[in-house]
Design a protein around this ligand. Structure first.
Ligand code: PRX
Length: 645
């Protein structure tokens, strides 16, 4: 454990106490972090039980104005984004004034194409300046954006576009990652064959990787941008108008369209960003997340820009063209605050210090953040001792797409325990419940007796619904443990009151910190012509945290082979996206099902984890011999355990 620092901060804890004792007054004060066109009337109303939580009702504001326009009087020349291309020779610095100009033009292009307040616009872009510009342009005119990660393939795009009934897609003629060109426009062309609502595809020039152009649908962004006005007025938005939809995976069914609204989300993203990262005037801040994920929304775009931060926006990958790329970029822009995922830290650590660290200084670093999955002790120490040279605070932030912003995090002024997210943020009241009885577990717990973490009261940044499916919203998050928000994670609180997240309690697999729904992957594998039925589970992986172990039943008459395994793996990469890495395929004649036909995934997980002695009761299985067969033919893949916690 890092030594306790002498200077103990009163700030976080006193503010925390105030936020719990008088929540409404606390957030009323914090709402001053943004500018309002018309002040709100009621700080908060509604409840988890009713599923009708609202914040800052009657308030009128515009997010684009808050992230750009209002900074111009003081910071017009301040850099908003240092954009660093995949190719180190490509970079550009964009001031707040330049960002303002681009957002205005982009907004006018959208209007020219007929985009109106309330329309849902899909954004499928690489990490280029036009990604934040497009998001802010939507916010400026009151359109709701739905960003889809650039690594998703056509089927995944189509699912998300159809669920939100998007009429517009913004994409690029390609992107670059690790020296490879990504065919974004081609993926969109493929996807929209199955998307009847799409009317226009706006294409930003970047990588010139286009196979197909359809004049009826495709529009050149830059051509149109030259023809529009340079100024676009802001649309006054109600505090509870939707700002964006972001799809995330659940354990069953299709991805969920998490809806975030305008004011509460922005207040929460800006407040957490400022406090957790100890933001100081003039800091250079770099969050490596892609804008396709919630971390990219809250901590690359909305939180930092609301705080007039100078950001690095990076198109590439951590170790291209050289292993030290991340830290070369840190030195190049003198980054003070760096925020990344444990999977990236582990991958770099595995490359060796000579290649990754030796030729970089990293002297500018002050705060190092992590997010997305638990960080193991070895990776934490490497990050702290080697990357930060023992002088940076590590903030291990726990939160989710649904929560909008960080929920539990260390206080940068206090000592940090490797692997613990530590303190609830202001206004966040967590509890640990016994998973079976739902009773609150009050005392000190250990890694062995963790429970379900829940949140006891609403906070401004929480999602308000799932797009088009409020019932699923209630059932997934509020009707599991009545009266609480249930994030789906296990956790415990130690004797010092610090929180430790132990991982998902449901069937969601976390690969490199990305949530992958088992049902989504299974339906992709099932769609392979040789496959009859599939069940997938996560198995530990030293770098990615988890990877996929798939149990596959082949169609009658198909001969199993290594070649077929490779083909199925490739099919999933192509159909879902490269993030869904299947490590193992085991051919099986049947799956362990209950008599009512439900797959007993618990059994499959234990077998894949080589923990069959803990399988427990199998009396409800329709065919008891199934388990023996699965164990006998299990892949001899050796599990590399995650580092000790
Ligand atoms: O299981 C938790 C894990 O990531 C899940 C949320 O995934 P997503 O919505 O994609 O958002 C990721 C970025 C905010 C959580 O339910 N998770 C996130 N952060 C941590 C974590 N697990 C442990 N420690 C963390 N710091």
């Amino acid at each position: 454990m890092q030594k306790r620092k002498l200077q103990m901060s009163e700030g976080w804890l006193t503010q925390y106490q105030r936020s719990i004792d008088d929540n409404a007054t606390f957030w009323a004060k914090k709402s001053e972090i943004i500018d309002w066109i018309k002040p709100w009337n009621t700080v908060t109303s509604g409840s988890f039980q009713e599923g009708n939580v609202k914040w800052f009702e009657e308030g009128i504001l515009n997010v684009s104005y808050n992230c750009v326009d209002r900074h111009l009087s003081k910071y017009a020349d301040r850099i908003a984004f240092y954009w660093e291309g995949d190719n180190p020779k490509h970079s550009q610095a964009l001031s707040y004034q330049a960002l303002y100009d681009r957002v205005n033009r982009f907004a006018n292009v959208l209007k020219t194409l007929g985009v109106k307040k309330g329309d849902v616009v899909c954004i499928y872009l690489p990490m280029i300046v036009e990604a934040p510009v497009a998001m802010l342009a939507c916010a400026r005119i009151g359109a709701v954006h739905s960003v889809i990660f650039g690594g998703f393939s056509p089927v995944a795009i189509a699912d998300r576009v159809n669920d939100a009934k998007c009429t517009f897609i913004i994409t690029a003629d390609g992107g670059y990652r690790g020296g490879k060109s990504i065919p974004l426009k081609t993926n969109v062309d493929e996807a929209i064959k199955n998307c009847p609502t799409v009317e226009k595809v706006l294409v930003v020039e970047h990588a010139h990787n286009i196979n197909n152009w359809n004049d009826k649908i495709d529009v050149h962004y830059y051509k149109l941008a030259q023809q529009v006005d340079v100024f676009c007025p802001i649309e006054p938005m109600n505090a509870e108008d939707p700002l964006f939809i972001l799809y995330t995976s659940g354990s069953t069914g299709k991805p969920k369209g998490v809806v975030h609204t305008t004011a509460g989300y922005l207040v929460y993203a800006a407040t957490t960003h400022k406090q957790i990262f100890d933001l100081k005037d003039g800091d250079v801040y770099w969050c490596t997340a892609d804008v396709g994920w919630i971390t990219g929304h809250s901590y690359v775009i909305y939180g930092p820009l609301a705080n007039a931060t100078t950001n690095v926006l990076f198109e590439g990958v951590p170790s291209y063209p050289q292993k030290s790329r991340f830290f070369d970029v840190v030195d190049k822009y003198k980054v003070n605050i760096f925020y990344t995922a444990p999977t990236a830290i582990r991958a770099l650590q595995a490359e060796g210090d000579d290649a990754v660290l030796a030729n970089t200084k990293r002297d500018s670093l002050r705060i190092l953040g992590t997010v997305g999955e638990p960080i193991n002790r070895e990776a934490w120490h490497w990050y702290h001792d080697k990357v930060g040279k023992g002088k940076c605070s590590i903030v291990d932030t726990w939160w989710q797409t649904e929560t909008g912003g960080v929920m539990i995090s260390p206080d940068h002024t206090q000592y940090q325990k490797p692997g613990s997210a530590m303190y609830p943020f202001w206004g966040i009241e967590p509890a640990i419940l016994d998973k079976n009885t739902a009773n609150e577990l009050k005392g000190a717990l250990t890694a062995h007796d963790y429970g379900a973490i829940v949140i006891k009261r609403p906070w401004p940044g929480m999602m308000r619904t799932l797009w088009g499916d409020h019932k699923r919203y209630m059932d997934s998050y509020f009707n599991v443990y009545l009266g609480y928000y249930f994030p789906g994670d296990g956790a415990y609180r130690d004797k010092d009151g610090h929180y430790w997240i132990s991982g998902r309690l449901d069937d969601v697999i976390s690969i490199a910190g990305h949530r992958i729904g088992t049902a989504e992957i299974e339906s992709v594998i099932d769609s392979h012509e040789a496959v009859a039925e599939t069940a997938v589970v996560g198995i530990p992986d030293a770098i990615k945290g988890e990877v996929i172990y798939a149990y596959v039943i082949l169609e009658k008459g198909i001969t199993p082979s290594e070649l077929l395994k490779q083909d199925i793996m490739e099919w999933v990469r192509k159909t879902y996206g490269p993030i869904a890495s299947i490590k193992v395929i085991q051919w099986v004649p049947m799956l362990p099902k209950t008599r009512s036909g439900k797959i007993m995934r618990r059994i499959l997980r234990k077998i894949a984890h080589f923990e069959e002695q803990q399988i427990g009761d199998t009396s409800t299985l329709a065919d008891a011999n199934c388990v023996k067969n699965l164990i006998a033919n299990r892949s001899d893949y050796r599990i590399v355990k995650k580092g000790s916690q």
